[in-house]
Each structure stands twice: as C-alpha cells, then as structure tokens.
Design a protein around this ligand. Structure first.
Ligand code: GLC
Ligand code: MG
Length: 407
C-alpha cells in the first residue's frame, strides 16, 4: 500500500473467478490483455486489489494455474480476510472487528438443522465464513429461516448466495463491500484515497461492491443472474455502473474506457509495434512491447525481419553484455543471434509471456532501470525470472541485462 507516496490514480477491486479469470478461455487471452495494460500504464501509480470468495488455499491454486498478476491487496473468503503486499501480511484488526456478534459454533449448530445444505470443502470453512451448496429453488427459503434462527441466538450475520449454488454465512460486518469500505476509510485516514476506484464482479457476493459510494462499477457481460437482478432492484439509476458487453477481464478494460479512467489500449492489442510510437515515452510500456514482440517472434506471428534484429544489435551493442541470472556473461551479439535462431520455434505451440510487478527508476538523464518478473509459459511448463532492463529513451530501444535469455 505504501509503494508510492500520494493517492493511487486508479484502484481496481476485482473478483477473480469469471471476472478477472475466464475459465472458459483456456488461452487466458483477456487476462493477458489486462495484465499487459496494467503493467504498461498502471502498476507504477495505481492499486490492484483482488477480492475473491476463495480461501487462501484455493486462491494459491488458482495463482498456479492462471497468469494472475500480484495484487497490492488480496481480500479473500468473501471479504473476511484482508492481506497486504506480496508477502500477504494479514490485517488482524479487520478480523478482530469481525468477531462482533459472531460465533462459529452456533452457526455450525444451527445450519446442521438444514438437510438442504451441503457443506463445502474444509478449505473453504474459515474463521468468519461458513459455506455450503444449496439448490437455487431452496435458497431463498433457507436464507430467510436461517437468518431468523441465528438472530434469535444473538448473532448478527449476513447470508449471501452466489454462482447459483454457493451459500456463505458471514458476520454482518464482513463481505466484499464492507472490506472495501474499511480499506477506503484507512486510505482516508492517511490522506490517500484513490482518485478513482473501479469495482468489477460477476456474481452475488460482488453485489455489495457496487453499493459503495463514489465507485465506478462493471458487471462483466457474463455476470450471473443474481447480480443482474440485484442491480435492477437496487442500482438501476446509477450511471457509474455498467453491464459490459465483453466477458471477464476484457469487460474490465471496456469499463476503463467507458468511464475514461486512463489508457485502455492494451499493448497486446497493438498489431505492429514498429508503426506504433507512443507519444509519451514510458519505460514500462517499451519493455512490455519488447517482450510481446519476442513472444510473437518465437511464435512466428511477426515477419522475420532481419532489419529489426540489426537495429536491436546496434542499440544493444554500446551497452555491452547480458548477464544471465547464473552470473555467466554473454556478449550481446550472441544473444541477438540466439534470438534470431529462435524465430518460429514455438509456432503453433502454446507459448506466452507476461510481466508482473514492473517498476522503473530513472538512473540518468535519458536512462531508466526497469525491474520485473518475467513469466514464460511453454506448453505445460511455467518459468519465472526476476529481470532487469536498462532503457535509453534517446535510442528509444532497450538493452537487457541480468536476464534469463534463451541461448
Ligand atoms: C468461492 C469460495 C466458496 C464461496 C463462493 C461464493 O467459490 O471458494 O467458498 O462459497 O466463492 O462466495
Ligand atoms: Mg466470480
């Protein structure tokens, strides 16, 4: 949260399953579009918050399966657990606050009286979340009866129905919306309220996010009926909420454009990098473009341009050597030759590159040092490498060092 001084220019608070992640898209194209956009233009001065129903255990599984960026804040288990930074430091104050009129044992005792409720996996039962599956036709009745019973036992709970199947019981103070309100209050106390906040969701447990004042909201095109119905009943006249025409992460990009929250053309949408010269020089953007070119080069999706390789050599040469993470130095021209040889070696195969946590620092009048995690997916294999790039705006090209470069 303290990565930069001042307020974030944009804070995105997004659900994961079927919002950030499209489980029907095996190539994760919309997620990769979002990732490239975020790292090129937003990472340096904005905040990414994931808000999911998943417990930390199955959130980690998703992270291993999908090309998810590292968020600044992770809200898990339907707004009952808040964690900060890459190290995922827990917010213990939040959890203490949720103890108010909450007693897990009583919830388990009372829910046992409902045979319609099938308990979810053990990993999804959390200190402030008790979860079941229930058929849609029985859901309304169960929610009413259960809320009443628990109130009689002195608890203050909320029961949320999502994905036309999942039923979560949480303390009244919890939930995705309440967790966001808590974060905004914290930012306010530090004088750092984000300039714009965009919330993104697809199902019932996301509804609360859309009722937080002064936020923009996008329900992705594939949103579930329970969220769309909630919107019709509660927020129809709010012009700061849209129902995107695009699925999942592409719907989020669409909302950034509709609400004019900042750049909305992902580097992945650029077909010809040579023709596209950004008006404002952006170190992160340049690095993103290089790796996208590299991905397309290996997939033979760009022309095999010897000219490009020559210019790359010219630009890189004055700056010297590549240093492989193992410490082995390689002359630049060897690396360029290696890249030339790799043209098309991934043609027709699954091969994707994405960058995470791109940060840059100006180290000279026209020189930047850009640092990031470079992820490479090749078939079933995934590799990550902390990479540094020295970039000069004079030549508007990059030189890469300390980089895991294929040789
Ligand atoms: C996630 C959680 C599950 C919860 C559902 C809806 O799928 O794993 O426990 O019920 O979200 O909130
Ligand atoms: Mg979802």
């Amino acid at each position: 949260m303290d990565r930069f001084c001042g307020s974030a220019s944009l804070m995105i608070v997004s659900d994961l399953d079927f919002t950030m992640v499209d489980h029907l898209d095996p190539d994760n194209l919309s997620l990769l579009r979002f990732n490239a956009l975020w790292e090129a233009y937003y990472r340096q001065n904005s905040l990414l918050v994931f808000s999911s129903g998943r417990s930390p255990t199955i959130y980690k599984q998703l992270k291993n399966e999908k090309p998810l960026l590292t968020p600044d804040i992770t809200i898990m288990s339907v707004g009952t657990e808040i964690m900060y930074g890459e190290s995922m430091a827990r917010d213990d104050d939040w959890e203490k606050y949720l103890n108010h009129r909450w007693n897990r044992e009583i919830v388990t005792e009372e829910t046992a009286k409902f045979p319609e409720l099938t308990p979810q996996a053990e990993t999804e039962q959390r200190p402030h979340k008790v979860s079941f599956f229930v058929e849609k036709i029985k859901a309304l009745e169960v929610i009413g009866a259960l809320t009443e019973l628990l109130e009689k036992r002195g608890l203050d709970v909320k029961v949320i129905y999502s994905n036309v199947t999942a039923l979560d019981i949480l303390p009244k103070r919890a939930g995705k919306g309440q967790a966001l309100a808590y974060l905004l209050k914290k930012f306010e106390a530090n004088g750092k309220v984000p300039i714009n906040t965009l919330v993104c969701g697809d199902s019932g447990n996301d509804a609360e996010l859309f009722s937080i004042p002064e936020v923009y909201g996008v329900m992705v095109s594939n949103a579930q009926e329970e969220l769309l119905q909630w919107h019709v009943e509660n927020a129809k006249s709010n012009s700061n909420i849209i129902h995107a025409t695009e699925r999942c992460a592409s719907g989020i990009i669409q909302a950034i454009g509709s609400f004019r929250l900042g750049p909305n053309v992902s580097p992945r949408d650029i077909k010809d990098f040579q023709k596209c010269r950004a008006e404002i020089f952006g170190p992160s953007h340049e690095v993103l473009k290089f790796y996208l070119f590299y991905e397309r080069w290996r997939r033979a999706e760009v022309e095999k341009s010897i000219e490009y390789m020559k210019s790359l050599k010219l630009v890189l040469f004055p700056l010297g050597t590549f240093v492989h993470p193992s410490g082995v130095e390689q002359p630049v021209d060897h690396c360029i030759e290696a890249m030339t040889r790799l043209y098309g070696d991934k043609q027709g195969k699954q091969y994707q590159i994405w960058l995470d946590q791109v940060s840059s620092a100006q180290v000279g009048s026209d020189t930047w040092l850009v640092k990031f995690y470079k992820w490479e997916l090749s078939g079933e294999e995934r590799h990550c490498c902390l990479t540094r790039v020295l970039l000069s705006s004079k030549v508007s090209m990059l030189s890469i060092f300390n980089c895991h470069f294929p040789s």
